[in-house]
Design a protein. Structure first.
Length: 162
């Protein structure tokens, strides 16, 4: 079985005149990813590898999430393949993962993550919000055979704040 966890970056700021890759998280984005990662860390986490977009907002989200879940930063890889908004590059990346990996977490962007969650999961998600988490499980032993799986978990910050 293969598991991929998609975590969309936290709410970011448009206040500064910086490139898209350099946009920082807002305080709300920081609070929300703490909330999501703390909830997720209560699960039986077996993640083997983490991958992040190099964008500041995604990488900052990734660092908070990994620290809160006790995940080793030595098992983190930053890749341009996740700085993708359509989802095609992310899908190609996932399908090219080493088959020795069973459970991975990806930190990236929308529309890519909403598209992938809907294409590969069994639930329709209108929008994966900032700091949102979607876990997908697949009955296969090979990443390149991923097609349709099961949406096994959805964590939305707005719902966790209630």
């Amino acid at each position: 079985m293969k598991t991929v966890v998609l975590v969309r970056h936290g709410k970011s700021s448009w206040e500064y005149e910086v490139s898209d890759k350099d946009r920082p998280l807002l305080e709300r984005g920081i609070r929300d990813i703490h909330l999501v990662s703390e909830r997720y860390s209560k699960e039986a986490i077996k993640l083997q590898m983490a991958f992040s977009s190099p964008a500041n907002r995604a990488l900052h989200t990734c660092m908070i999430f990994l620290r809160n879940t006790g995940f080793s930063l030595t098992d983190l890889e930053i890749t341009d393949a996740l700085y993708d908004f359509s989802g095609e590059s992310v899908k190609h990346f996932v399908r090219s993962l080493d088959d020795s990996l069973e459970e991975v977490v990806l930190f990236g962007h929308n529309y890519a993550f909403t598209s992938i969650a809907n294409d590969w999961g069994d639930q329709i998600i209108e929008n994966v919000p900032t700091s949102g988490l979607v876990e997908l499980k697949f009955e296969t032993t090979k990443w390149n055979q991923i097609e349709k799986g099961v949406t096994s978990k959805i964590l939305i910050p707005k719902q966790l704040r209630r």
